[in-house]
Design a protein around this ligand. Structure first.
Ligand code: SF4
Ligand code: SF4
Length: 323
């Protein structure tokens, strides 16, 4: 029998998450993921849809059962932090993905998750709690758990969609050693018969059966990929040379997103003023100034130059063909 005194208060944890600026917070009982998701994941990797991201092949047991990842874990707390920009790069200039507009989200999330973890301990002074915080830093199916925690549903664009808010959110998790007094229900899908994201993908990287094929996704090809940009991808990139938000932008649930209030995600005026010419002549000095403390730093200047070059070359050929 569970003793109420030794249970985490889900209401208080959610209030703390809101106070810290998270847009959504929910809780699920820790355990293995549903069998159908485990099978889907195994098939997805077996088909090579994870491209060169070989880390996805490792730690599969932990990935499908977080209690193996953090021993003694009883509760999963999932949180979402909004990154939908308040200011955008002008439409007539080369674009980068929204999530990369500001400072590195890993740093911002890590700090906030630890604050929440400390708050959870302080609002439960009678309970001995241990736990770990994650944001893209462990083999955990974070969208699956956000869904299980009632934050939103898994859209056909493979994003977590939060009702009335859309999909421009970073996700984070805290795995805790104590049970909660109330767990959330998974959110019912509201994709209905819509297939807009699948139909709008310029690379046909999305499908109903297989989900996302990273090998064809512009986001993967321009961010994670360490090789060259395939010709077909280069032809489809313009105007975005880092990432690709198209399958999010077309989603009807992105019609009225609220802009982020997180100052760290505000783009600098330097970034907003970059022109096609500036990107094509990107110097080390400008790169350092634009992306100090940004997640883009991982792509390195060579990666950005590769993308810019591929995109403009394909665009120039396209213009030649038209004229
Ligand atoms: S990010 Fe772009 S390329 Fe990748 S699935 Fe979405 S629309 Fe397709
Ligand atoms: S575009 Fe349509 S199918 Fe795709 S995630 Fe949004 S609602 Fe679902």
């Amino acid at each position: 029998m569970r003793e109420a005194h030794y249970l985490l208060s889900s209401e208080k944890i959610k209030a703390e998450a809101a106070r810290l600026g998270f847009s959504a917070c929910g809780m699920a009982k820790a355990g293995p993921v549903e069998q159908s998701h485990a099978v889907f994941y195994a098939d997805w990797v077996a088909c090579g849809c994870h491209a060169d991201m070989s880390y996805m092949e490792r730690n599969v047991e932990k990935r499908i059962d977080p209690t193996l990842l953090v021993e003694g874990c009883r509760t999963i707390v999932s949180v979402a932090l909004n990154y939908y920009p308040a200011t955008f790069i002008p439409k007539d200039q080369p674009q980068i993905s929204w999530y990369a507009y500001g400072k590195d989200y890993h740093d911002v999330m890590r700090m906030k998750l630890h604050e929440l973890y400390e708050s959870i301990a302080s609002i439960h002074p009678d309970i001995k709690i241990s736990g770990r915080c994650f944001c893209d830093t462990a083999p955990i199916l974070e969208r699956y758990w956000a869904w299980q925690c009632g934050l939103g549903w898994l859209g056909r664009n493979k994003q977590l969609i939060i009702p009335h808010a859309g999909s421009a959110f970073f996700l984070g998790e805290i795995l805790l050693s104590v049970e909660a007094d109330n767990y959330d229900e998974p959110t019912k899908s509201n994709c209905g018969t819509c297939t807009k994201c699948i139909d709008s993908c310029p690379m046909q990287a999305l499908s109903l059966e297989r989900g996302l094929d990273a090998r064809r996704c512009l986001s993967y090809l321009t961010i994670e990929n360490r090789g060259g940009i395939p010709v077909e991808a280069a032809e489809k990139m313009y105007p975005c040379f880092y990432g690709c938000d198209r399958c999010q932008q077309v989603c009807p649930h992105m019609r009225h997103p609220l802009s982020t209030s997180e100052a760290a995600f505000t783009p600098s005026s330097d970034l907003l003023q970059m022109t096609s010419e500036d990107w094509q002549n990107l110097t080390e000095q400008t790169y350092q100034r634009l992306f100090k403390g940004s997640a883009i730093k991982r792509a390195k200047i060579s990666g950005l130059r590769r993308n810019v070059e591929a995109m403009f070359e394909a665009e120039a050929e396209d213009m030649e063909y038209i004229s």
